[in-house]
Design a protein around this ligand. Structure first.
Ligand SMILES: Cc1ncc(C[n+]2csc(CCOP(=O)(O)OP(=O)(O)O)c2C)c(N)n1
Ligand SMILES: [Mg+2]
Length: 626
């Protein structure tokens, strides 16, 4: 047997460089490169291997380990899960910084490969710097904290273990039903240990991503349900986009007249002006989608995991006879809400259904009903885009300006705060990859790091990162990485003096915005939303901060100045930050929807008691869908 004597880290780098993915005959490299931050736990192992062979795997220096996992996940999302990055870290805090990124990737079903260092397998120098000493478990390290947030987890205790572990990692990363964060924890001594690896381990390997379909009898049952439906509704989730099924969905909708509501991950499945597009659905949905959902007698979920935002905490579907048909490559999702499970690829399953539905269309009166709702909704969006709010603009006007001045193929990126909900309702998506909102984990801090991943995945598009002041303060440092990589972002930094979304949630539940405004002090005078005190007095200049990180900065005070800055920003080929203050209280309403957030059963405040009563009214509308 021919072998190659390499350290475990060198073998890993060589293996990763040889992995490819193929779908529909199109083949490409799977691990695009390796993000990293070095410490004593990886610099002499993985670090040495990357330094020796930059031709195999390009190293990208990041600023924060959480951020680099977001960048890898955003890259994977933009590439429809057919490519991603590896992330190398030291042991200890460098490793555990990735927990949030891993959870976000796994929840969003996005492949990322995490390669933290780990403590010595030999255990001779224990406890090493940053080692957790567990009194009753000798084999536990901080990396075990990743087990629940990874879809595959392994620790390479001997160099030869890399062979089965690396293959298992690749199987999970490329499996469309199973994918998510994958961790290979690499003890720092084992990284540097040599082994005679079989050369076949490094052969070019291509992982096929297929398009499985449900069996014919299950498809027939689905067709029966659809043919009988009077008011069918499709819910398009992220799976539509990942499976590259948007054209097939569009055809099905045009031919049958079944309208479509989109989840956050599925937004963009249809362009906003498509004849069947009802826009976002659920707690942050449009009036058009939510009205149709309330009456629907058949809901066809495609590539959705039915989060509480999508089902309006199980209040969205009020027709007593509603049934569900769920197409999903992941079996657990396809069985949700008591649905008929069509386990398979979205594109192939849509095609199979479409062929069997030939000649069938939805009733004309149903079509007229949702056409009217669509027209009304379009007017509502225009109204909110042009409120003319003063002295500070409303956030919806900022979204309107960015939508208007971005090109159809450009990408809007967001994750947490009040903007994801507003975008879900209001953003006019014109390209199926043009809307990138991480709302599975809704991670504050994802925005700029994620925007970088989007830009690396498709440099031909402008990337508009919409970030709140709270998210910006949590994690803005990847501006530096974007400048280093010449990956231009246009960051629109929307300042409403703190956590406005949670402030508004708190006010609606009777707790007056407690602790959400940046003037809040733990002692002395409070400047909460309740008291409107000296909340604006903190000497924070976020625009100056962005300038300090190297971005070109525009400070704007109103929509006219924002528009000018957006036009100027297009001419600049490095990362731009456009600062814009908005009114803290001028929000976008909900449209006949609800989101379950629990309220105290006993409290002194009459406001909380009132909110509790409202809560109970919402709970009374909740359905089980068994
Ligand atoms: C890491 C993290 N911590 C806490 C939260 C809970 N949370 C959701 S939105 C939000 C406030 C976000 O503030 P900002 O970015 O300014 O957006 P705004 O709410 O003002 O629109 C918080 C604290 C979260 N989603 N992520
Ligand atoms: Mg804010």
């Amino acid at each position: 047997m021919k072998t190659l004597r390499l350290t475990m880290a060198q073998a890993l780098v060589r293996f990763l460089a040889s992995q490819n993915v193929e779908r529909d005959g199109v083949e490409g490299r799977f691990i695009e490169g390796c993000f990293g931050i070095f410490g004593h736990g990886n610099v002499t192992g993985v670090g040495q291997a990357l330094a020796e062979h930059p031709d195999l795997l390009t190293y990208y220096l990041a600023r924060n380990e959480q951020a680099m996992v977001h960048t890898a996940a955003a890259y994977a999302k933009m590439r429809n899960r057919l490519a991603t990055f590896a992330c190398t870290t030291s042991i200890g805090p460098g490793a555990t910084n990735m927990v949030t990124g891993a959870a976000a990737a796994t929840i969003n079903r996005l492949p990322v490969l995490l390669l933290p260092g780990d403590v010595f397998a030999s255990r001779r120098p224990d406890p090493v710097l940053q080692q957790l000493e567990h009194p009753s478990r000798g084999d536990v390290s901080v990396n075990d904290a990743f087990q629940p947030v990874c879809r595959y987890w392994d620790r390479i205790q001997r160099p030869e273990q890399l062979v089965p572990a690396a293959l298992a990692a690749m199987r999970v990363l490329t499996d469309q039903a199973e994918t998510g964060a994958v961790m290979l924890a690499l003890p720092q001594d084992v990284q540097t240990e040599a082994f005679d690896y079989p050369v076949e381990f490094f052969d070019r390997r291509t992982w096929h991503v297929g398009r499985p379909t449900p069996d014919a009898s299950t498809l027939e049952r689905a067709v029966e349900l659809i043919r009988r439906a009077r008011k069918p509704l499709i819910i398009a989730g992220g799976g539509v986009i990942y499976s590259d099924a948007t054209a097939q969905l569009s055809n099905l909708v045009k031919r049958t007249g079944i309208p479509v509501g989109e989840t956050q991950a599925g937004k963009g499945s249809l362009p906003f002006d498509h004849e069947g597009a009802l826009g976002g659905i659920g707690a942050t949905g449009t009036l058009a989608a939510n009205r149709i959902a309330a009456q629907a007698d058949l809901v066809i979920g495609i590539g959705t995991r039915y989060s509480d935002f999508t089902t309006a905490s199980k209040t969205a579907f009020q027709n007593p006879d509603v049934r569900f048909v769920n197409m999903n490559v992941a079996a657990p999702d396809s069985h949700k809400l008591g649905g008929l499970a069509l386990v398979g690829d979205a594109r192939a399953t849509i095609e199979a259904l479409d062929a069997r539905l030939e000649g069938w269309t939805a009733a004309d009166d149903f079509r007229r009903e949702y056409e009217q709702l669509r027209a009304d909704w379009d007017e509502e969006v225009s109204r909110l885009y042009h409120l003319g709010h003063a002295p500070l603009p409303a956030q919806s006007e900022v979204l309107g300006a960015v939508n208007d001045l971005s090109a159809p193929r450009d990408v809007v990126v967001c994750a947490a705060g009040s903007m994801p909900g507003d975008l879900h309702k209001l953003w006019r998506t014109r390209d199926h990859k043009g809307y990138h909102v991480e709302y599975g984990y809704s991670t504050m801090g994802y925005e700029i790091a994620g925007g970088l991943g989007v830009k690396l995945a498709d440099p031909s598009r402008e990337v508009y990162v919409l970030v709140g002041d709270g998210s910006y303060l949590m994690m803005a440092q990847e501006i530096v990485t974007s400048i280093q990589e010449r990956a231009k972002l246009t960051v629109v930094l929307v300042d409403n003096q703190g956590f406005a979304s949670i402030g508004s949630l708190s006010r609606s539940k009777g707790t007056a915005g407690f602790g959400t405004r940046y003037g809040h002090r733990s002692q002395g005078r409070l400047a909460d939303d309740a008291t409107q005190g000296d909340g604006d007095g903190l000497p924070v200049d976020l625009a100056l901060n962005a300038e300090g990180l190297g971005a070109r900065v525009f400070r704007t005070r109103n929509i006219a100045e924002l528009r000018d800055a957006l036009v100027e920003a297009k001419k600049i080929d490095q990362t731009v930050v456009i600062y814009v203050p908005v009114d803290r209280y001028e929000g976008v309403p909900d449209y006949e929807s609800w989101w379950e957030v629990p309220v105290a059963e006993v409290a002194d405040s009459s406001e909380v008691k009132k909110a509790r009563q409202e809560q109970e009214r919402g709970l009374a509308r909740q359905r089980w869908h068994l």
